[in-house]
Design a binder for this molecule. Structure first.
Ligand SMILES: C[C@H](O)[C@H](O)[C@H]1CNC2=NC(N)=NC(=O)C2=N1
Length: 113
């Protein structure tokens, strides 16, 4: 288990700091399968997860959704046949918070089982 996935999310606050460029670079190294994307000006972490069929993809979607509810931090989830696309960002700050990297690491762990 990496150090990042053992951390707890902090409460999302509108005045929370976004991660700066140096922190972002360091944190991305801890979740190397995630890419940084810009969606309508909002930086986000995105990863596609592949599955054999719809039911397996659905089960993973539900696990990520349960984790999100436990932590009070919620992703965008796109469920397709054999594929789930997960995007993490912090709505309140319109950008990336350390929480998003923690959740990306924990999403990887759910996939690895
Ligand atoms: C009150 C509650 O904790 C907040 O509204 C949370 C819910 N989940 C959230 N999830 C994400 N990704 N960003 C937020 O800013 C956010 N805010």
């Amino acid at each position: 288990m990496t150090a990042l996935e053992q951390q707890q999310c902090e409460a999302c606050r509108a005045d929370a700091p976004t991660v700066n460029a140096d922190e972002q670079k360091a944190l991305l190294k801890e979740v190397p399968d995630w890419e940084l994307v810009d969606v309508e000006g909002v930086p986000q972490l995105r990863r596609e997860f592949r599955f054999k069929n719809f039911v397996q993809a659905q089960a993973f979607t539900n696990k990520v959704a349960d984790l999100a509810e436990e932590e009070g931090h919620h992703p965008a989830l796109l469920l397709e046949f054999g594929k789930v696309t997960v995007r993490w960002w912090t709505h309140k700050i319109g950008g990336l918070h350390r929480n998003d990297f923690i959740m990306a690491a924990r999403t990887d762990r759910l996939f690895e089982g």
